[in-house]
Each structure stands twice: as C-alpha cells, then as structure tokens.
Write a protein that binds this ligand. Structure first.
Ligand code: DO4
Ligand code: MG
Length: 298
C-alpha cells in the first residue's frame, strides 16, 4: 500500500495506491492525519486505509495520468552520509583532488559509532516527481544522490519509505568539508516521492533495490543499481542519532545515504533528467535545470 498526493483542477488530493494499481481518494489532506487517527484508535495506518477503501470505488485513472505532488510536505529533510562503501570511496576521491584508494576522515566517519547526519532541506526546497531540480551556478561537478528516505513521526518511528534525491556538489564538498551545507543545500536541491510505501507493508527494508538512470537529450548516459542490503548501518541506528537531544516533527524525512555514484568524470547539465527507481515505491523523475536567470545573484 502506498500513499500519493496529486493535483487536479486546482485541488490537492491524498490517495491510496494499492499493489494492484488501484487509486482511491482519501478524505484527508495529509498522510499524518491518518497516522494520528491510527494512534488515537490504537490501530495502524494500513488498517485505517483498508477500512476506508473497502467502502469506496477506485478512480478510473492510471497513476501515469496524475499530476503527482510530493507525497508529504516534509517540514525538514535530514540526511545521513557515508553509509555505503561506494560513498566513502567517492568522498575520499573528491577530498584528495582525485586520488583513487585514498584514506581520509571519511574512513573515520564510515567506521565510527556516530554516523554523519546533516540538515538537507526544508519543504520549500523539496520538490516532487516531475518538478525541476536545479544545479548550482558556482559548481562544475554535480551529481544526483539516489537514496531511500525514511518517513518519521515525531517520536522517530519509521512510518513509511520514499525515494529521495540528495543533489550534491562534489567540487564544493571536496574543496573543504566545512562547505558541506553549500554542497548540499540550495534552491530546488532535493526531491522526494513519488509515493510513500507504508512501513507495515515492507517485509525487509534491507531488500529495497535502488536504480538511478540519467538521460541527456532523452538518451540514457548513466545507469547504476544497488540494494539497501549494502548499507553499513541499521535504519534504527541512524534515527537514534537524529533524535538524540533533538526535536523532530511528524513527517520528517531522513535520507539514508547514497549507494550509487556516477563515474568521476560525470557532471549534471542543464536539460538532463534523473530517474530514481526504488522497488515497491516507484520512480522519482526530475528534469535538471540551471538556476533561473531572474533569481541568480552575483
Ligand atoms: O559527507 C558528505 C555527504 C555524503 C552523502 O550525502 C552520502 O553519502 O549520501
Ligand atoms: Mg547523500
């Protein structure tokens, strides 16, 4: 069972999307209305949704016909870093001016008890499937980071899973690790979606298959795949550090790190298109654009 949001005739709808591809309108605006209702009734979101849709007819529409939005207006998006070997190797490469097999402080964080957790995005910077993501105007080496996102409630429980793109600037991060916020956060630098898969419908979250495809002039120029089974840490471990002495809010997203990195010579260009496909969740599809001229300063 998945949750989607879409816009039709200037109205935003929340809907359930079943594994047999049926779409049912839900009489709520926000997925967390259902999560809180389930808490109040001491039941689960899946049971609430199943009870609701048992009384309803599905829409006579396919998901491809819908103008999908972010599945949740996440108040904050946080991200974990260097949680996969592939990311550690890529970070070492960019931090050493292009040395293969280099060892740096990224090895330390990969092996330390405390993971790297950083602030990634706010709801205004976080886009949904089909919406443009921007590349920075002051970077020459930029990539998408395809990541599994945990959808959390304010207690830090994992309520669902989504796909996320932690857009990153490799030259800015490689120049100096203190530049990390600038390497990670800018206008339209994050996307999530296309759906939230209810956690209670996932047998094993270490078996998600993640595939990233990049298209240039609609010709595929990169494809890479990996599995959450390759994650160095456990999801609960990452969440426990995020909520340590910290307040989070219903609908917070925690991206869990990238396991796919395009070749070192690759950089995103205006006009590219990125697809992040996660089994059981769907395809998060974003055109890549340069910053609109009217709002670029300097
Ligand atoms: O250390 C920088 C961030 C790494 C990251 O975003 C990732 O591993 O996904
Ligand atoms: Mg990342």
């Amino acid at each position: 069972m998945r949750i989607i949001r879409f816009s039709k005739e200037n109205t935003i709808h929340l809907a359930a999307y079943t594994d047999d591809k049926k779409i049912y309108l839900l009489p709520y605006h926000d997925f967390f209305d259902i999560v809180r209702l389930a808490d109040d009734q001491e039941t689960t979101p899946l049971q609430i949704i199943n009870n609701m849709i048992a009384e309803l007819m599905p829409l006579e529409l396919n998901i491809e016909d819908l103008d999908l939005l972010v599945p949740i207006e996440a108040p904050e998006v946080w991200a974990a870093g260097v949680t996969y070997l592939k990311s550690k190797e890529a970070r070492n490469y960019e931090a050493t001016g292009g040395k293969l097999d280099a060892t740096t402080f990224y090895d330390k964080v990969y092996n330390a008890p405390r993971p790297e957790i950083f602030f990634k995005s706010t709801s205004a910077r976080t886009k949904g499937t089909g919406q443009d993501l921007y590349i920075r105007s002051d970077s020459h080496w930029q990539i998408p980071e395809p990541e599994l996102g945990l959808v959390l409630n304010k207690e830090g429980n994992i309520i669902g899973y989504t796909a996320g793109n932690d857009m990153s600037s490799r030259d800015i991060e490689g120049e100096n690790p203190l530049y990390l916020p600038q390497a990670k956060i800018w206008r339209n630098s994050c996307s999530i979606g296309p759906a939230i898969r209810l956690a209670e419908t996932v047998m094993d979250p270490y078996q998600f298959q993640i595939t990233c495809r990049i298209f240039r002039h609609e010709k595929q120029v990169f494809q890479g795949s990996a599995s959450t089974g390759q994650l160095k840490r456990k999801f609960d471990e990452l969440v426990s550090y995020l909520i340590k002495d910290n307040e989070i809010f219903d609908g917070t997203i925690l991206l869990t790190g990238t396991c796919i990195v395009p070749p070192n010579e690759f950089t995103l260009e205006d006009g590219d298109r990125v697809e992040i496909d996660i089994s059981g969740i769907g395809v998060l599809n974003n055109p890549i654009k340069k910053q609109p001229k009217s709002i670029t300063v300097g």
